[in-house]
Design a protein around this ligand. Sequence first.
Ligand code: ATP
Ligand code: MG
Length: 583
Amino acid sequence: MRQTNLFIPTLKESPADAEIASHKLMVRSGLIRKGASGIYSWLPLGLIVVKKIEAIVREQLAAIGAQEVLMPVIQPAELWEETGRWEAMGPELMRIKDRHDRAFCLGPTHEEVVTNIFRGEIKSYKDLPINLYQIQTKFRDERRPRFGVVRAREFIMKDGYSFHCDQTSFDQTYENMFTCYSSILAEMDLDYRAVEADSGNIGGQKSHEFHVLSEIGEDTIVCTSEGDYAANLEAAIAQKSEPTDSTLRELTEIATPGVRSIEELCAFLNIPASSTLKTLIVRVSNRGEETTGKNSFLAVALRGDHDLNLTKLAKQEEVSGEIALASEDEVRKILGAPIGFIGPINCGLRVLIDHEAFVSNNLVCGGNEADIHMEGFNCKRDLSSTDYRVTDIRNVSPGDKAVTGEGELKFFRGIEVGHIFQLGTKYSEAMRATVLDESGTEKPAIMGCYGMGVTRLVAAAIEQHHDTNGIIWPEKIAPFFVHLLPLNLHKSEFVREIAEHCYDELISRGVDVLFDDREERPGVKFAEADLIGVPHRLVVGEKGLQDNLIEYSERSLKETVKLSPKDAIERIVSRHSSLSTGV
Ligand code: ATP
Ligand code: MG
């Protein structure tokens, strides 16, 4: 492609709303332009990258027998009402009305639509399994669109859905999808982790997220240094500590005037946070009752150095409805003590205590009275066994022992680029999508769903592959393989002749070339080539040509090699063919 024929509106300055490198670079290198908050146009260079990612995705999915479909963006409200999600999706669902005042939404995902197709067509186990996917624009009115296309309101997703008659068949497809996602991300040269994830309200079923490691990632993922345990923080568990056998000290009241936070308590008593107990009062039910009744509240106790994991808490049998921290007023009403001094002893509420706090001896906890704490708290001794239950409700910490027994837990930041999920029969039951099994029994189909954020992947790839000058594209998703930069093309016939020859020759041998045939100064060409980030570069200049030499370099490396045009072409062609064959 000749650069004079390609619309690449580069910018020297980053847009004011861009906080992260990929967002800045995508705008500066002319890949995208903003239309409104979280809504972007893909310009030619950006769209080439999107198409390359889509091609990798299509190739890998075809290899496991998934079939491509294209479902409508616009979906009738009735389908969403069948599953209860018209209500449950809340303001994230973009809703529209047609001229007859009928309600529709712009698809944020397609479980309802695909299940509707399924139930109309497939009746027998003989037609299963079936694995359908599409690559399509999705709409989600995100609360906080940010980071350019990372969290957009309109974005391209590959979403896939599989239907099965039995669990064994589902398990096989899930495994294939897991391998397929891994291959896609490896092809894109991304450093990623597949992590166990929480499957939300479906509970206890398989779910894995695929994260591209990056400091800007919104998710915390937990991996072991040795072994292969990897989970996101919501789902991560650690090996449980054994009870300590230190001597139990007497439970003693201590005066702690104005000492409210764990930090203040630690400083005041000169003890580590792990020697303290923090107690939170949470409202765990919204069953419609006036929520001052004590039954609506729980005391949740953890070691002072640990954080509450809301996902784990939400799964406890004591919890129904939404979880909210009790207000200062509510705490005073229930315990007669201000926040900062609450503890589990005689608190009159059901206590959920985290396992690690339970096995720690002699903790300092709140005394349920202003300016008072208790020293020497030992749960088993100091609480009546009918008042508390021991469970895992904390976030794991870096350095915790892995539950696999191998290695310690380490924290990383990740950008979630894919999510594979066992849906079970949630949608097929709600929408009565049943099949007859071998014995003629009618059963709801078992479903899986598989999402991958195509446009988010572009940003994630740039986050991992850039330097201060610009993007450094991984070869397989680069918009072009080679950037051909002739210097002073318009002044030198010789330069033009050789450059045109290189261009024709490379193209005829199947290499995609971006030919900078613009009348620009060399400095501008170099700066823009760095910004755009094409992985290989050939520079043709009058001076080198006196010795029949042109310059070859890789965007990721500093060195430049001088080669004859013929050798340079051979070198690039051979690099290019190793790319296609994966050697
Ligand atoms: P997140 O937790 O980031 O909101 P999600 O759990 O809502 O993601 P899924 O519903 O599983 O995401 O969607 C599948 C994939 O689509 C995600 O893994 C992600 O790569 C992509 N995706 C989701 N929301 C967005 C968005 N707002 N902008 C761009 N890509 C997105
Ligand atoms: Mg989301």
